[in-house]
Design a binder for this molecule. Structure first.
Ligand code: TXA
Ligand code: MG
Length: 336
């Protein structure tokens, strides 16, 4: 009788072994972080690429893998608001109220940085961005690690943020040492950033939380960001972009564009009603509900990109407070 073959016959048709074969456990991820490695992990907004926020070599590698300029600060993720004093100083009352009401949650506070905080985290500014994520796996990771994790979104600089573990693997491949899989991110767009380093708080980046929610929690009104506000490079034009060109149009404009751009591979992200003359793979129709639209937004743009679109027509959502975060990302994706 012949010996059983050492290699299972079906393995010949299996795809080549990916660099990251399985998703990691929290314990493995903590090991990786302690060695100065990079871990992709889920938060309720988008997946983050985490590194030990006290380890300069780990941060240098994080910036290199992201392809991010050294002047761009990163958000430090902490397990709870009790850790604030380790990272921030002169915390104003309105920031404490925001933290008490909205953490854990999709909110980043920019505060004056505490002594000893590494320059690599702050882009050389005197402020630091801090956030307590609500996702149970992010919480488990932070608690087991026991310190802060610097974590930008786990995508290359300027591209769409990942909202599923598979997106992280596809974007960063072997350059991420471990990935924790927490399923699709609930919110789907990045956290709201509020600058609390000055007299009056101001919104640097809109997200799921509305101005009304923030003002109710802070007990003060939000200022329009001024000249002196800290730079928030997520607020660069041309950010959060798929490969295809994006145009943000009213419904009539979309239908017109279908005629004028004949010959281009056009895809559309519509609201409520199908866009005429587009094949199924190049058309996604979303309900006009801000929360579910945001939840699916990046995955939808990735799908249309992957379907080979060279132009994505996006139907303009309503200009109401609930849509502020979505509109902000769509405008950036559409800017040249
Ligand atoms: O939802 C999120 O915020 C995700 C998850 C992973 O937490 N993170 C995220 O990180 O979106 P990132 O690096 O892609 O965007 C962080 C934004 C950037 O626009 C950055 O400029 C701003 O936060 N930021 C961080 N620290 C800052 C600071 N000290 N002052 C001003 N802006 C800051
Ligand atoms: Mg980002």
């Amino acid at each position: 009788m012949e010996a059983a073959p050492a290699v299972r016959p079906e393995s010949q048709s299996e795809p080549p072994t990916p660099a990251v074969l399985t998703f990691a456990t929290v314990d493995e991820a903590v090991e990786v972080l302690r060695r100065g490695g990079l871990v992709g992990f889920p938060t309720e907004t988008v997946y983050g690429l985490g590194a030990d926020a006290r380890n300069p070599e780990a941060l240098a590698r994080l910036y290199k893998v992201k392809g991010r300029p050294a002047t761009h600060p990163v958000i430090v993720h902490i397990a709870g608001k009790d850790e604030l004093p380790q990272w921030a100083r002169d915390i104003p009352d309105h920031a404490r109220k925001l933290a008490a009401a909205l953490w854990p949650g999709p909110l980043t506070l920019v505060l004056k940085r505490a002594e000893g905080v590494l320059d690599a985290l702050t882009g050389g500014q005197d402020t630091i961005g801090l956030r307590v994520p609500a996702h149970p796996i992010a919480q488990a990771l932070l608690q087991a690690f026991g310190s802060g994790l610097a974590a930008p979104s786990a995508n290359r600089f300027g591209r769409l943020s990942p909202t599923e573990a598979a997106h992280v693997r596809a974007d960063l491949g072997a350059e991420v040492d471990a990935i924790l899989d927490g399923g699709p991110c609930e919110v789907g767009i990045e956290s709201t950033i509020v600058d609390c380093s000055g007299e009056q708080p101001s919104i640097l980046r809109p997200g799921r939380l509305t101005v009304a929610q923030l003002e109710a929690a802070a007990g003060v009104s939000m200022a329009v960001p001024g000249e002196a506000a800290p730079r928030a490079p997520g607020t660069l034009e041309k950010h959060y972009s798929p490969r295809a060109k994006v145009r943000l149009l009213k419904r009539t404009g979309m239908i017109e564009a279908l005629t004028t751009h004949k010959g281009k591979r056009i895809a559309a992200l519509g609201l409520e009603v199908a866009v005429p003359r587009l094949p199924a793979g190049l058309l996604i129709v979303e309900a006009a509900v801000a929360a579910s639209y945001a939840h699916n937004l990046y995955a939808n743009l990735r799908l249309l990109d992957a379907a080979g679109a060279d132009l994505i027509l996006v139907e303009m959502p309503p200009d109401t407070p609930a849509w502020a975060g979505v509109l902000d990302r769509l405008r950036r994706a559409a800017s040249d």
